[in-house]
Design a protein around this ligand. Structure first.
Ligand SMILES: [Zn+2]
Length: 397
């Protein structure tokens, strides 16, 4: 049974342990977590392997679009959301062989980068075979949209059903964003999710989104016209877009709001009060910088005690699918966020959001969360540790 120790062990669900020891069985299940300073400590029979830095559980990538992996580098940075979405829709065609090969490659790279589980958005069935073979645990969010065209809702729903059928469990049907889902399509999506699913929705990623819902005007009008979609039947509710989503989604589902770049403190509280089974706030900082050159205000989420998770979004809007790179970006631009918060966002909160927390997300006896070694942090104690330019991750188990 291999044992490991490092300068600090971060169980995540408990305080960091100086020189903490973790012992695993051959299947990666945690047998012991030990504190050498505890009065009842007895050393393992075989001395633990000593590592530098800190030990943490495997990462959870709470928002990805693995099926878009072949689009890496196709859309230029800094274009803002609406031109970016046009690129995604118009550039995504490729040969099945290319799509399959890039999906397989990125699944492997995510595992090597320490990712244990992924919440994956899919519009197609392209990723289903890779997910069945992968050591990564996937939660598939089969995403539907009809560009607010109620008359197209039924046809759109039928078009996405094969992708839903093909994806392995666990899975759910989800709306893409408040600005792309009509009321009848919301009803269809809600009716398809008959159990205790987690669901997700893209939220408040660009100023034009709230403008559409508050005034009915703005850049979305031209965007819709470009897709041949009319806004004639759309009546702006006069609120930011998230309130519209709250009215149409099912409060009994565990709900992941994704991006939240422009979400105000009162909207965070409104969503928290609305959700009956947990509300999670997924941030994808590198994608936000790639597309819109802006980041969420993380202090709003810390102040509200909200549960933040980390996502990579897709390679259409990122340079790599790496949770460490997302944490590095947050540490660079909003360095007040403590390392302990970042690690919880990157592990246990994501595991809870995807309902994998019985096995993943924290170093606890009986779990199989994976084991990562983070080295070259800046600082010397848990109080001043930060992820810096040189911080590295290595998968141990
Ligand atoms: Zn996304």
């Amino acid at each position: 049974m291999p044992s490991y120790t490092a300068d600090y062990l971060y169980p995540i669900a408990a305080e960091p342990i100086k020189n903490g020891i973790v012992t695993l069985d051959d299947h990666g299940t945690i047998i012991y977590i030990q504190d050498p300073a505890a009065p009842d400590y007895t050393a393992p029979a075989t001395p633990p392997e000593k590592l530098g830095g800190i030990l943490i559980p495997g990462f959870v990538n709470a928002h990805c679009h693995l099926e878009l992996s072949h689009l890496r580098g196709r859309s230029a940075t800094g274009k803002t959301l609406l031109p970016f979405l046009v690129d995604v829709v118009t550039l995504r065609g490729a040969s099945p062989e290319e799509i399959e090969a890039t999906i397989r490659k990125q699944d492997r790279l995510m595992w090597e980068a320490g990712i244990q589980a992924v919440g994956d958005i899919c519009n197609q069935d392209d990723t289903a075979a890779t997910k069945r073979d992968s050591p990564i645990r996937y939660y598939s969010f089969v995403e539907m949209f009809d560009f607010l065209q109620a008359g197209q809702a039924e046809a759109s729903y039928e078009r996405y059903l094969p992708a839903y059928a093909a994806q392995p469990e666990p899975k759910s049907a989800v709306p893409h964003a408040p600005y792309t889902v009509s009321e009848p399509l919301y009803s269809r999506i809600n009716a398809l999710n008959t159990g205790t699913e987690s669901v997700s929705i893209h939220n408040q990623e660009t100023p034009a989104e709230d403008e559409l819902f508050q005034t009915g005007q703005g850049a979305f009008r031209e965007f819709f016209a470009g897709f041949g979609a009319s806004l004639d039947d759309f009546k702006a509710p006069g609120t930011p877009s998230i309130y519209h989503a709250l009215q149409h989604m099912d409060p009994r589902k565990r709900t992941l709001f994704v991006h939240n770049t422009l979400t105000a403190p009162e909207a965070i509280l409104a969503a928290e009060a609305w959700g009956e089974n947990g509300v999670y706030w997924v941030t994808c900082p590198n994608a936000n910088l790639y597309i819109e050159n802006r980041l969420p205000r993380y202090d709003h989420f810390l102040d509200a005690g909200a549960k933040v998770c980390i996502g990579t979004d897709s390679l259409t809007s990122n340079w790599q699918l790496s949770i460490l790179e997302e944490l590095r970006t947050i540490s660079r631009y909003q360095s007040y966020v403590p390392l302990a918060s970042l690690l919880r966002w990157a592990t246990l909160n994501g595991a809870e959001a995807l309902q994998f927390d019985a096995d993943l997300g924290s170093l606890e006896r009986g779990k199989t969360p994976g084991l990562l070694n983070l080295t070259d942090l800046t600082g010397t104690t848990p109080e001043d540790f930060r992820i810096g330019a040189g911080t590295q991750v290595r998968r141990i188990a």
